[in-house]
Design a protein around this ligand. Structure first.
Ligand SMILES: NC(=O)c1ccc[n+]([C@@H]2O[C@H](COP(=O)([O-])OP(=O)(O)OC[C@H]3O[C@@H](n4cnc5c(N)ncnc54)[C@H](O)[C@@H]3O)[C@@H](O)[C@H]2O)c1
Length: 249
């Protein structure tokens, strides 16, 4: 699966699933533009991609800021001459809380980044794609957006919104040569999860039917497939890459 001559923006590309996606797409020939709020980590990923022979650039981007999402698309076009693909992966969780205990500020922050940020990112990308012959988008959802999840009311609601927005965009722009899909991971061993204590990690891993947590690269490969021409007839889906978690009763 080659991405030679493709330019892709990866939001949240400075860590975890976004980092793995940026690296995989670069390995396969894409010119990668990373948008993230953490500058040092973003520049580290760019340096690692360059050292491995790939092509990448970083722009500090807060996906909750409309101007930043437009600037990220502009940066891709100015740096590499166009934009063909987008992986919208930036997202955060909140400290575990039951619904009646959740702080309102956390609700707002999660929805600003995980849901509004997804819309703002898509809005900027789709505007460019419409004027330049089309493109493909993958949004990072979560299994939490598909089934009730204890302790994550705002996050789960925002991710359900991501799944809805993905379907709406797919329908709206299907005749414009723009495909829009989502990926719903199970529990993935990213820096945030790796920071948990051993006992908690073991408990989470035991909940996965496949018997372990997923690795970021196992999500990146699904993102790459959905962005590629191999998925040319796929639009509007939310693909579960979750070690069987959705089948768990
Ligand atoms: N790790 C999991 O188990 C898991 C499961 C399901 C879904 N997800 C989703 O996958 C995505 C990546 O998660 P991860 O586990 O790799 O997390 P991570 O914390 O390792 O990476 C998230 C990245 O997003 C960036 N980011 C945060 N807020 C931002 C903003 N406002 N603008 C731009 N960038 C921002 C962070 O700086 C970080 O680099 C998230 O959307 C998350 O909800 C993760």
């Amino acid at each position: 699966m080659s991405f030679a001559d493709k330019v892709v923006v990866v939001t949240g590309g400075a860590s975890g699933i976004g980092e793995a996606t940026a690296k995989l797409l670069a390995e396969r020939g894409a010119k990668v533009v990373i948008g993230d709020v953490v500058e040092a980590a973003g520049e580290r990923v760019v340096a690692e991609i360059s050292a491995a022979g790939g092509t990448a650039s970083f722009l500090r981007t807060d996906v909750a800021q409309a101007a930043d999402t437009v600037a990220l698309v502009d940066h891709a076009v100015a740096t590499y001459g166009g934009l063909h693909l987008a992986a919208n992966i930036a997202g955060i969780g909140h400290p575990p809380a039951r619904m009646h205990e959740l702080d309102e500020a956390w609700w707002d922050r999660i929805h600003d980044i995980d849901l509004k940020g997804m819309w703002l990112s898509m809005r900027a990308e789709i505007a460019y794609f419409l004027a330049h012959g089309g493109g493909a988008i993958v949004n990072m959802a979560s299994g939490a957006g598909q089934r009730a999840t204890l302790g994550q009311p705002a996050y789960a609601a925002a991710k359900a919104g991501v799944i809805s927005l993905t379907g709406q965009a797919a329908l709206e722009y299907a005749r414009d040569n723009i495909r829009v899909n989502a990926v719903a991971p199970g529990l993935i061993e990213t820096p945030a999860v790796a920071a948990l204590d051993e006992q908690t990690r073991a408990m989470y891993a035991a909940q996965m039917p496949i018997g372990r947590m997923g690795q970021p690269r196992e999500i990146a490969t699904t993102v790459a497939w959905l962005l590629s021409d191999d998925a040319s007839f796929v639009t509007g889906i939310t693909h579960n890459t979750d070690g069987g978690f959705t089948q768990k009763s």
